[in-house]
Design a protein around this ligand. Structure first.
Ligand SMILES: [Zn+2]
Length: 196
């Protein structure tokens, strides 16, 4: 058995909890089975409204359940449980944002900033595959790179599953994010634009 350890996250990963919306349960289970073989020995698949207790890492696989994903993002933020968000829609899949609370953009940051950067590649533009034969090895490889601190996801890339960084969208931290921003919870910092 390979142990999943991560200097980047500062510990050993023994339990990955996969949160999946109902249409994506089978895809999540295929990924879960593969992760078990890699050493995340107590990984499981649960519904979006489950909790993350006991997990070291979360993966959220959903596409159509924005309210449920938003609520999950808030719960994971309170637990400071890192989560890789995966968007699946119509046979296509997109990986990101990688949310390491306090360090990288959260799901709410990404959804907010997308509205202001409309030129970014969208799922409908660059495809990405939700075919398990492509999805499982790609997501696993990116996850292992993440644990080594080497994935483009850490810099905010949002990747088409099966694609490369060249057509990646970018997740940006929202300084006013009501979920993950320290500023919004503790207004002791300011930012401004000087015009002269
Ligand atoms: Zn946020």
């Amino acid at each position: 058995m390979v142990t999943l350890s991560s200097d980047y996250l500062g510990g050993t990963i023994t339990r990955i909890r996969l949160f999946a919306s109902a249409p994506n349960t089978a895809l999540a289970q295929a990924l879960c089975d593969h992760l078990q073989q890699l050493g995340a020995t107590r990984s499981d698949v649960v519904a979006l409204d489950a909790d993350g207790d006991g997990a070291d890492l979360a993966i959220c696989i959903a596409g159509e359940a924005d309210d449920a994903v938003a609520a999950l993002n808030r719960r994971l933020s309170r637990q400071a449980l890192p989560c890789l968000f995966v968007h699946v829609d119509g046979g296509r899949a997109q990986l990101g944002p990688w949310t390491y609370y306090g360090h990288t953009p959260c799901w709410a940051c990404y959804r907010t900033t997308l509205r202001f950067f409309r030129g970014q590649p969208q799922l409908a533009d660059h495809g990405g595959s939700a075919d398990p034969a492509v999805f499982v090895p790609f997501v696993t490889a990116q996850l292992l790179a993440l644990l080594r601190g080497e994935s483009a996801l850490i810099g905010g890339a949002v990747l088409a599953v099966g694609g490369g960084e060249a057509d990646a969208a970018r997740a940006l931290k929202d300084p006013l994010c009501e979920v993950c921003s320290i500023w919004s919870r503790q207004p002791t910092e300011a930012f401004y634009v000087q015009q002269d």
